[in-house]
Design a protein around this ligand. Structure first.
Ligand SMILES: [Zn+2]
Ligand SMILES: [Zn+2]
Length: 212
């Protein structure tokens, strides 16, 4: 009799552990990403990005009604651009409560200031103070922004967009640049589109384990 009670306690503990694991797992996969088109953005590209997020992260994706690019993010230092850091602030300010991560999509050029490890503007300053980028997402964060401006190439644009979106969302989720040398989607693009083209759209096992 005593033995069967002990057995029952162990079964209950196991069931409780399993239920907790399921709950934690679904808490992670029940996240919602809100795609926010900023200005005109082709529907076919939005659809492909939506499916890439669902495939790579298993998150729900909601496409929000288009908004115009906010004028206070505009700069003309080297050429007409929108500052990515300011766009992130804007995206956070309009994030509905039901959305965990905001993804801004624009066809216009976006830029940021490139800094070194000590937080100083990289030299030469004239080159790096307003540096055109593919996308930006802080680690961790609740918003990222991706521009198709520097990704456009016949038959390549959509794949590049998907990879850059998965990369920037990865930063929001807490992932650093990957050093596994496996062409992981979290590899540092290191200022060139070649890294994006050579890389996979998937996270390597090491990066996946960080998220699990
Ligand atoms: Zn990155
Ligand atoms: Zn990786």
């Amino acid at each position: 009799m005593k033995r069967s009670k002990t057995y029952l306690v162990w079964v209950l503990i196991l069931v409780a552990c399993f239920a907790t694991w399921i709950m934690l797992k679904s808490a992670r996969t029940n996240k919602t990403v809100g795609i926010q088109p900023l200005g005109s953005f082709p529907q076919v590209q939005i659809d492909s990005i939506q499916s890439a997020i669902q495939t790579q992260y298993g998150y729900q994706v909601v496409v929000l009604p288009k908004r115009e690019l906010p004028e206070n993010c505009f700069v003309q230092i080297k050429s007409p651009r929108y500052r990515a850091d300011k766009l992130l602030k804007y995206l956070k300010s309009i994030r509905p409560d039901s959305i965990d991560f905001m993804l801004g999509l624009t066809a216009t050029d976006i830029s940021t200031t490139k800094k070194d490890k000590l937080g100083r503007i990289k030299q030469p300053k004239s080159k790096y103070e307003d540096w055109g980028i593919f996308g930006l997402g802080y680690r961790p964060g609740s918003a990222c922004v991706v521009s198709s401006y520097r990704l456009s190439k016949p038959n390549k644009t959509i794949e590049r967009l998907q990879k850059v979106v998965v990369h920037e969302l990865g930063h929001n989720l807490g992932l650093k640049h990957c050093t596994s040398k496996l062409n992981c989607v979290m590899d540092d693009a290191a200022e060139t589109i070649r890294t994006v083209d050579a890389g996979h759209i998937t996270l390597c096992d090491k990066c996946k384990n960080v998220l699990d």
